[in-house]
Ligand binder design. Structure first.
Ligand code: ATP
Length: 244
């Protein structure tokens, strides 16, 4: 049964590059109102999974499809491309200054222009980009580029957003700014998939975890994981007491 919640579903997928097997997964549901931490060691396939969900790659086996996105033209009614916004850890930016980069995608949106303008002003302040507005985007530092890309996503307010290692170039201050924007998006119902091989400030907003381990992707509720960790801590403490 289909619902109005926008989602991308991966069913019985298997992904390999020639003879290199990356991962398999039985069922993954990436949907609005859920924030997922995608975990796994370097090279396990986190970026590849995001590119599959963005429609840039096809799985070797299995199906990836979208539900709840409204009617698309018949020639792309089955395509998932463009449904979830993917932010690479080295974000793609247009030639031009910071303001141009923030405002360029807005012409393709159907939302009220005045609202978009107001939202852009808010994003500039939230990401602390005002002093950089006339600077060439290519000359920004790695952390500033990521703040710009996330501010642009914040304005667009997509139904689904994937952030690939978003904190890799960011200091604590930038992480705080981005945390605020991500928390806003979460409250506004954007579904997010945040990849990070270790926990960081941003993964605190995640309610679910997808773990790529041993070439298999498993899913879990973060509260369950926390309970397991807590049980392990308590068990280890009780062992200390009984041994000591
Ligand atoms: N287009 C491609 N063709 C062949 N191999 C690829 C391709 N893209 C990625 N790989 C390989 O697949 C593996 C997984 O890469 P991927 O970038 O998805 O990992 P990751 O978990 O995101 O890593 P990291 O945490 O280091 O960013 C790597 O060994 C990589 O070299």
């Amino acid at each position: 049964m289909t619902t109005n919640t926008a989602k991308i579903i991966a069913k019985d997928i298997d992904m390999r590059f020639e003879d290199k097997h990356l991962f398999s997964a039985t069922k993954l549901v990436f949907e609005q109102n859920r924030v997922i931490h995608l975990q796994g060691d370097n090279g396990c396939g986190k970026t590849t999974l995001m590119k599959l969900l963005a429609g840039f790659y096809q799985p070797t086996k299995g199906a990836i499809y979208a539900e709840g996105f409204g009617v698309a033209p018949w020639w792309r009614s089955k395509s998932i491309t463009g449904k979830a916004l993917y932010l690479h850890q080295h974000p793609y930016l247009f030639e031009g200054n910071v303001l141009y980069n923030l405002t360029y995608p807005l012409r393709f949106l159907t939302a009220d222009k005045e609202q978009l303008k107001a939202r852009t002003e808010q994003a500039i302040d939230k990401a602390q980009l005002r002093h950089l507005l006339t600077q060439a985007a290519s000359s920004l530092s790695g952390g500033e580029k990521q703040r710009l890309a996330i501010a642009r996503a914040w304005i667009i307010q997509p139904k689904l957003l994937m952030l690939d290692e978003p904190t890799s170039n960011m200091d604590k201050h930038s992480q705080h700014l981005v945390l605020q924007m991500i928390t806003d998006l979460k409250q506004q119902g954007t579904g997010m998939l945040i990849s990070s091989h270790q926990t960081c400030m941003l993964t605190k907003v995640c309610d679910y975890a997808w773990l790529v381990n041993d070439k298999t992707i498993t899913t879990d509720n973060v509260s369950t994981l926390k309970e397991v960790e807590q049980t392990q801590v308590e068990l280890s403490a009780s062992l200390h007491v009984s041994v000591g």
